[in-house]
Design a protein around this ligand. Sequence first.
Ligand code: PLP
Length: 455
Amino acid sequence: MSILIPFEKDLDKASPNRNIAPLTTEIDSEERLCVGGVSLSSLAKQYGTPLYVLDELTIRKSCKEYCDSLKKHYPGKSTALYASKANSSLVLSSIIASEGMGIDVVSEGELITAIKGGVPSNKIVFHGNNKSISELRLAYDNDVIIVLDNQYDIKQLANIVKPGERKARLIVRFTPGIECHTHEYIKTGMIDSKFGFNADELESIFIQFKKIEWGNIIGLHAHIGSQIFEVQPHRDLADVMVKILEVGRNYGHPIDILNVGGGLGIKYTSSDDPPSINSWVKVVSESLYEACENRSQKLPLLMCEPGRSIVGTAGLTIYSVGSKKEIPGIKTYLAVDGGMSDNPRPITYQSKYSTCLADRPLLSGNKRVTIAGKHCESGDVLLNDVLIPDCNGGEILVVFGTGAYNSSMSSNYNRIPKPASVIVSKSNADLVQRRECPEDILRNDILPDRFIAKD
Ligand SMILES: Cc1ncc(COP(=O)(O)O)c(C=O)c1O
């Protein structure tokens, strides 16, 4: 099983998104799997399971690779933002801030987490296709850049910014009509997307904003999808965006930011072969530069918003193996103590993952099993038909690549408490999110007096 390309000197091959496992993954003298110098089975003992584990070095390496590659390949100014929908927490906000990146948020909760984690508000971009008035007010009051997604945003903001007050800084999101070969549910750049204006509405927005006093259009945004392995869509996107940039500037708008979204894929299984962060940035930068040259446009500040490729392969989840159900001649289910509430991606997108046993990582699989979750749903399966060594209850099973869109998409389905999260680095583990307890599950329930049984 090849989960890691170890100690790779070639920048492109060593790109964190091209390894299934975190970059610090090792096997210790007792043949146990370790990340950040800590054995995963010892983490299970100390913090319980299921447990989300994040490798700090892999996250920082991804951030550095985006920032360094932008400097190397784009001759203008650039800002890499972390799309915090992938995984939002104080510790991640703090790492992002310390790496000099900005953050993209889509709710009051993500915005507060970014600010409290130390991200400067001038490096925060606020998205959303149905922002509430309080979210818009919070964003405006903190002077974060607001992404205009629709006319409703414009109507709401007109009531928030009072005459004579500081103008809102605005980026207009549009759907560029570029298709990507990715799962249908995560395509967002197509014409029928719920996000953003249609490209053919933009001229009328530019005309509308000539009369608007409360905000300046300072940028354009488009995002074409997620878990993308092709780079051609990004070449096409640069061309479409610069065409619109020219129209907007001709109407007199001070458009100086092009935000090309995120979308770079990661390696979940050995058959995935995403481009490295460096090659993705190179294509995005060179195509934007060329498109600006072709239209004689001054280079805008290039923004990008990677989420999955910053945290995805830095994370893994450890579970305890429990019951086994053998259906002779059909399949064997091995159940773990989590499932669709801590990782809803398999049931939502049929996503694939890689796995191994924490204390027997080198033993090749001789047993074909389906790893099932513990939820009351037949589709609650984390991995289908995987080969692992024959194993019994109590062993620790590792699922790789769960750093993105797991914790952030988790739920309390079946009233199962959410797992704890730890971050590992240099043989040390720190708890960064407490495990929920049954009291947390009941915290918001209210039993009105008339329902309380009286004897
Ligand atoms: C607007 C926007 N930006 C950035 C991202 C991050 O994408 P990814 O995690 O694929 O890099 C998304 C995710 O869908 C998005 O909708």
